[in-house]
Design a protein around this ligand. Sequence first.
Ligand SMILES: NC(=O)C1=CN([C@@H]2O[C@H](COP(=O)(O)OP(=O)(O)OC[C@H]3O[C@@H](n4cnc5c(N)ncnc54)[C@H](O)[C@@H]3O)[C@@H](O)[C@H]2O)[C@H](O)CC1
Length: 490
Amino acid sequence: MDPVLTPAGVRALDARLEGAGLLELAMEAAGRAVADTVQAAYPAGRVLLLAGSGANGADAYVAARHLHALGREVEVRALGVRHPLARKNRLRLRAAGVQTTPLGTSPAGLAALRRSLGAADVVVDGLLGTGFRPPLRPALAGVVAAMNAAGRPVIAVDLPSGLDAGTAEVNGDPVRADLTVALCGWKTALLFGPAAHLAGQVRLDGLRLPPGWALEGADAGAPADAEVAALLPVRAADAHKGTAGRVWIVGGHPGTVGAPALAGVGALRTGAGLVTVHSAAEVPLVMPELMVRRHADLAGFLDHVAPEDRPDAVALGMGLGPDAPALARQVLAWEIPTVLDADALQPELAGAGHGGCVWTPHPGEAARLLGAPTPEVARDPIAAARALQVRYGGVVVLKGGPSVVASAGGVQVARPGHPGMASAGMGDTLSGVIAALLGQGLGAAGAALAGVTLHARAGQLAGAAHGYGLSATDVGAQLGAAWLDLTGRR
Ligand SMILES: NC(=O)C1=CN([C@@H]2O[C@H](COP(=O)(O)OP(=O)(O)OC[C@H]3O[C@@H](n4cnc5c(N)ncnc54)[C@H](O)[C@@H]3O)[C@@H](O)[C@H]2O)[C@H](O)CC1
């Protein structure tokens, strides 16, 4: 599990490392990781390193020393030092034979910087890391603008300068990096929204810290594929449809009948033994294996389902229309594993969730549930998912690229899918996927995490063939392959 750290989490980790006498070693590992990344990605040519006054700048000094040891031609332009380890590592760099030049922010200083940028084959951005507080001061804004205008490849240390590590929002004009070496853990800015677009490709280096230290102070975890695969059930050879989970899809309303059909496909393609769509409208039979039952009075039908006839899991809300909250209350009262999506995601259901239920809002629905503007949700999806979980109970999947899963046990960030998944019906399919996993015995948090991961992987597989023309039907068709791919059980 990779950690996702806030700036406060980084500060606490730094203090712990400092107390244990390990901070200097962590910094040495950070600088070395940056140097190794430069060497692997841009093995030839002159390297210009820009060092700020804090620990981010110290990492750049260490990287410069390692690059020099590797025989690379390096130039270091630096602001004044404030962090004691920046001072120490600058002295070490000089002792190793590399002089540093002041990074001036006056017109003459910026002209000199532009000359250095013009002579460089790759630039290392070690100006500002997690210690940055927006907005960028005008003096440094000129430096960042010169870097962006130079058109040279940029490798950022920890995160591009000018990005606030704790938010997906972009203020002003930060460094645009081609590659970022994230240190110790992911940051919100490297995972979500417009901020993540500025980081380029991200490589995480754990700096060989004592096991668990970074994760203990983390805001969230980002599980590895193998950790998610381990959640998925292995079936006995004598399994039959009665043991693979009976799933009900409750959805559909005149005009929105495709939604429950897609959820049904999602459930079937995720291994549910028996899938029945219950709807007030005529739902198309998109797969003959899907059972479709139309009810003139859906609420009356649900009222009369005997406990022994209830399914193993339900997904409710997809295209269901205005009766969804009342119908959701009926099903929630059964206290069986339940996915609530789309029309069932209404503020009046606050507090109605139980431990076996999964709410699956996209950012717009999350904003409605929280009574907050959508940009606020997008700014910090981890905080939004956590707030939703506290308010609604159960488990929350805040959908996106990547999705966030919040449960009483903590928050996890799943792997992103494919940009082609930005199209109608993807969420309907996902609700069926999660319901199928609930029906096969996974707990709500495990089903949510494994569900979004399978769905994202299926999106990647289908996206390779269909690109931006990807449809939810294409994704549904790849769910079986995604399962095999994730588990290696081909
Ligand atoms: N545990 C870890 O993750 C490790 C991280 N390392 C690196 O440490 C930095 C964070 O270092 P810190 O000294 O706290 O802050 P910065 O270097 O990012 O910046 C401080 C510097 O920035 C100036 N500043 C702040 N806001 C602004 C602004 N708006 N405009 C201009 N300048 C600003 C401030 O005055 C300070 O001088 C982390 O990112 C990693 O790179 C460790 O090396 C290893 C352990």
